[in-house]
Design a binder for this molecule. Sequence first.
Ligand code: F68
Length: 825
Amino acid sequence: MGKSGKSSEKSVFKEWLGLDEKSFQTDLDRHLNLTLGKDQEDGNHLYLYNAAALTIRDRLVERWRATREKYAEEKPKRVAYLSLEFLMGRTLTNAVLNLDMDESLRKALKTYGVTLEELAEEEHDAGLGNGGLGRLAACFLDSCATLELPVTGYGIRYDYGMFHQKIKDGYQIELPDHWLKEGNPWEFEAPENIRRIKFYGHTVAETDADGKLTMKWVDTDDVLAVPYDMPVPGYRNNTVNTLRLWKASSTNEFRLDQFNQGSYTEAVASKNEAEQISMVLYPNDVSENGKVLRLRQQYFLSSASLQDVIVRWLQRNDNSFENFAEKNSFQLNDTHPAIAVAELMRLLMDDYGMGWDEAWTITRSTMAYTNHTLLPEALERWPVRLFRTMLPRLLEIIYEINARFLREVSSHWPHDESKLRELSIIEESGDPQVRMAYLAIVGSHSVNGVAALHTELLKSGLFKTFYELWPEKFNNKTNGVTPRRWLGFCNPELTDLINATIGEGWLTDLDQLAQLKPMADKKTFQKKWMTVKKHNKARLAALVQESCDVLFDTDMLFDVQVKRIHEYKRQLLNVLHVIHLYDRIMRGDTEGMVPRCVLIGGKAAPGYFMAKLIIKLINSVADVVNKEPLADKLLKVAFLPNYRVTAMEVICAGADLSEQISTAGKEASGTGNMKFMMNGALTIGTLDGANIEIRDAVGEEDFFLFGLKADEVEQVRASYNPSQIIADDDDLKAVMHLLESGHFNLCEPGIFDPVVNTIRDPHDQWLTAADFRSFVDAQKDVASVYQQKELWARKSILNTASSGMFSSDRTIGQYADEIWRLKRS
Ligand code: F68
């Protein structure tokens, strides 16, 4: 059993549902026949999947209740992790691993002639997030449960998650992701905890019997928030935490004014409007300013979650707020739920009669804010006018927070008007805006970046003046990923090899992987290591074949870049290198070239023209290269459609080379880089985000570094002349010639002009041409090392062995100790 010896003494644990093959068999039959009403003969995998899910779920549920009881008894400090996104992926396989039910379930499934892998394929990914930020939240929940920390995730139960990406004629097509259409066995509706959320209306000041002035927010259009709870199991420790997702529901109170005016249909239709709030995840990974529905989502999540925490607190604590601040923390996952700062003030003052100062002390000591971006254009701002109509009471509170804050600024920098303008939560302009990051900073006791460089750049750039004012608020929490999903589950063969070499402790103490270091030089171990890699490459090749109809040869170098498509991530630089290799092949200059399969995957925001064009370019280049007989044994290129959590589970295990090539100073951290490293891929990367820490951990010898550094990027900008760089570099000139001559778009002339123009643009923010030469040179090093099989194996082993600090257990340990101040056992 797990670490919590204490809990296993409880009576409920003694009566646990069996974990043996027989018990699983009985329960599978029972759920299939009785719960789902199907015969074995139906042979439908979907039903059997559901029966398996229910069988595992039963075992989760009793541990879940025991965990709740334990928290109720021990009364620990609790944390609410507020996030508009939780990119959970699949639940069944993860639960089976964490609960150690793999063996028995597999045996039980044999009677049905189905493997666990086949069944798992029936489950839709819970794709309730865009990318890194959403997946980080999911990894954090896994680590919190594994570390037995009382952390609840709060999010939105979108009916439609991240869109399904199809590629048609090389272009991205977005299709709706109706992930719930076959039902979701992992959620439990909890109607007893429905919360009521106010929108619109107006405020009135009232004086109560004691002469105290109170504000009332009246004539509102209310929406109900209905919670759906999902279990989050820790790794083999009997802890099951909760992810609570809110669904919007109409109050069914039809507006009498509309009825009376004869607007029956409008009144009924307004029901629909309420329920739209949780209909769809916004697929943009930079802020979506001005979209009314998005602000409604943000307030809906924040208000429902805070009410939930407060009501449950008061139930457990005799209706008293005493110790509330000592016993509760709220972590804001970026500014998306930053309105929670003002909402907590509102709830404490208007609903519970607290005075400003007391409410503010509680708010500031419970709220903490994580920033995930350095791109200034990604900082969220909302028009004041939108607040005024949709959230009038919140706007009043924000104004008051700002007024008091600006007094503090004045006393810190007397007679400096520019500081007031610069730091004001309200950006004054023709159309004044609320700066959500500033609201989050002012209302929190902690502001953290997600990698060392990122935090330094926040302090010296984006939030410089706030840092001067409150240096103690700022801290770094370098991201991490859960080693359970991202090594234990996704790479079973490597897991077995590691277990056989250093034992099993590493899955909950990833630093133990360092014990592999002495093995890096052992020939027999290298052989075993590369055999595993080869099998994983075969799995990846099968995925590529099935989804792209491109044949990847597992003897070739698998060079992989998967992430959201964004100019700053520079998929374009990757494409330029591919074109350069193609050009070399066509010129017959193939000496020292290593046969290579290049895989690129990722979604573009539906409205992001350039990102979508880059996808088209990748596909067009792939078409030409893959058809070229001369390139056959040397170069393959594929764009993997619909990149998602489940695809990454296969991809990171099968990659040789991980591309982390953002313009330095732009990628806050990256987390895909960590998954690749754990699985023994080598990184080619810039000194950006967590790449720096990855390189420090593994050593510069075993990392392919290239490109301008963050400070150099700023200097180069001033005199950047890409056309000169192109003219001076024969390789880049040849690449540009192929692009500009329409070689990859003979039937669609001119379509790539915008791409070519950005490369040649002296204002190109991403400095693609500037890093071309150094990238190509680093790729030559890659090729040369890959040809030395033992050297490559050694570096691969050392990468995994050095990846210990990138466990999200380490990250969460730091959040728990330094921000939340939780007691840890
Ligand atoms: C989603 C929605 C909006 C409105 C803005 C941003 C996003 C989003 O997905 N951002 C995101 O994923 N950021 C990434 O966070 C990761 C986790 O901290 C970092 O590793 C990445 O560097 C960062 O780009």
